[in-house]
Design a protein around this ligand. Structure first.
Ligand SMILES: [Zn+2]
Length: 472
């Protein structure tokens, strides 16, 4: 994510039916128990669930401008990871559930706790078995407005809506195992009146117009964390080009009055910056790229997978700066393809994304990465920047400047310590080693130690595990 304050600063399956069969003679009958209602993140204990692995989401959603509401059906292909008597999805807000089916048969359900949709299938689900859960629902989604973390989820706009989900918005739009630990592939089927554009992550698969409505299908074929899923519905100008052999789809909200030339510049800038980053971080990890400039009033840009969302509602007529594009595209490697296991480790995302801004600034202006480091390091020792610990800043501080600025400074100090050659290898090999996976700070440190052949624990103790300004 990039907040507007920073924006200004940087110039801105197989439905295996799970009928229980008699256990073989002599084998103990399996004991079926409920899946956990959380995924174990200390910052967000209600997020995510246990007992299964979501493999694929198929989100079919029809938008009605008259009510600003949706009628939707989300189908999830999953695999049980324990003998399940029941399991939970996260589902938050006023949307009304019409029905829940497991493997095509009606299942009992209840809305419980802060955001739980508790589902009891007719029969227990055996560990290792595949199952499909389908939820039909409708209503007007309501976003999350967290006092510390801002607005996420479904954001109504004058002519449609935008969905941006970091950290807890996805469950306002679709039932989901809402934890970065459970990545899955996605299909979005978005229906809206003819004349409105619908956009989502991934590759456009096709669209059908019937009567007065158009349904567009989008496929995200690489595993994605739910916090990185996006939708946009409204009046957009769309540009499709190629960037290093991949689709580069950019879109700009017409309400922002962005000139056709600037819209083309935004598309070209996306391709250029992606190429620059790929030279350092290795091959771009997804099958398509691009970006969507929206007028949503949230005041931030977000690294939604394969296609970041940039809210420029406060700066109509402009496009994202090159450094902002560098930030969000750097996340495609650091944050999206490789995702922290816990929210406490979000500096691994924001430190590298902020460092990518410094790298691009060096290429474009000659102001060196060292000069960028020096400018931030000059922050007085009594400044709040130095207070939270970077690798565990606290739930309300996951977007604190320490995560961004001290994160980027940590990357630079690491570079100075291990040398140019090892650093170049590290920033390229780390995203490849953990592609489509989750990672902890401890695993990053171990990886850096292997690549460099150096002991780095004291460096990270000073820079990410301690409060206070480290000396150089
Ligand atoms: Zn970011």
């Amino acid at each position: 994510m990039t907040r507007s304050s920073r924006l200004a600063a940087v110039a801105l399956g197989a439905a295996a039916s799970l009928v229980l069969t008699a256990a073989p003679a002599g084998a103990a009958a399996p004991r079926f128990t409920p899946g956990a209602p959380g995924a174990g993140d200390p910052y967000f204990p209600d997020m995510g669930n246990g007992g299964y692995d979501a493999r694929h989401y198929d989100v079919a959603l029809a938008y009605d401008p008259a009510t600003k509401g949706i009628t939707a059906r989300t189908r999830i292909d999953a695999r049980a990871t324990q003998h399940l008597s029941r399991f939970n999805l996260d589902f938050l807000g006023p949307l009304k559930v019409a029905s829940v089916q497991v493997d095509g048969r009606a299942a009992r359900y209840a809305r419980t706790g802060a955001q739980e949709l508790e589902i009891t299938p007719r029969h227990g689900l055996r560990a290792g078995s595949r199952f499909t859960v389908s939820v039909a629902y409708s209503g007007v989604p309501k976003n999350v407005d967290d006092p510390a973390l801002g607005v996420s989820g479904w954001i109504a706009t004058p002519d449609g809506a935008v969905m941006v989900n970091q950290p807890i918005g996805a469950a306002t739009v679709y039932p989901v195992n809402d934890t970065p630990l459970d990545k899955a592939t996605y299909t979005f089927r978005l229906t809206a009146p003819k004349g409105l554009t619908t956009l989502a992550n991934g590759d456009p698969v096709g669209s059908v117009t019937r009567g007065g409505t158009t349904t567009s299908v989008w496929a995200m074929r690489q595993p994605m964390a739910s916090e990185l899923s996006m939708l946009a519905i409204g009046r957009y100008d769309v540009l499709k080009t190629r960037a290093r052999g991949r689709l580069n789809l950019t879109a700009t909200d017409r309400a922002l009055g962005i000139s056709p030339q600037l819209a083309r510049d935004f598309n070209a800038r996306t391709a250029d910056v992606q190429g620059f980053l790929a030279r350092h971080f290795g091959p771009y990890p997804f099958s398509s790229t691009g970006g969507v400039v929206v007028k949503a009033g949230v005041g931030y840009a977000l690294e939604t997978q394969g296609r970041p969302v940039y809210d420029l509602g406060r700066r109509p007529g402009t496009i994202p700066s090159a450094t902002l594009v560098a930030h969000e595209l750097a996340h495609q490697w650091y944050g999206d393809s490789v995702t922290p296991k816990r929210w406490a480790d979000i500096w691994l995302n924001e430190g590298f994304a902020s460092y990518a801004e410094w790298m691009l600034t060096e290429r474009d202006t000659g102001r060196t990465v060292q000069q960028s480091f020096d400018a931030v390091y000059a922050t007085p020792a009594d400044d709040d920047l130095w207070v939270p610990r970077t690798a565990d800043p606290g739930r309300d501080n996951i977007f604190h400047p320490t995560v961004y600025d001290r994160g980027a400074m940590t990357v630079h100090v690491l570079r100075k310590t291990i040398g140019e050659k090892a650093f170049a290898r590290l920033i390229r090999e780390f995203p490849a080693a953990y592609r489509n996976r989750n990672v902890s700070t401890a695993e990053f440190i171990a990886f850096a130690e292997r690549v460099s052949g150096q002991r780095l624990r004291s460096l990270f103790d000073a820079w990410v595990y301690s409060s206070g300004k480290p000396s150089l």
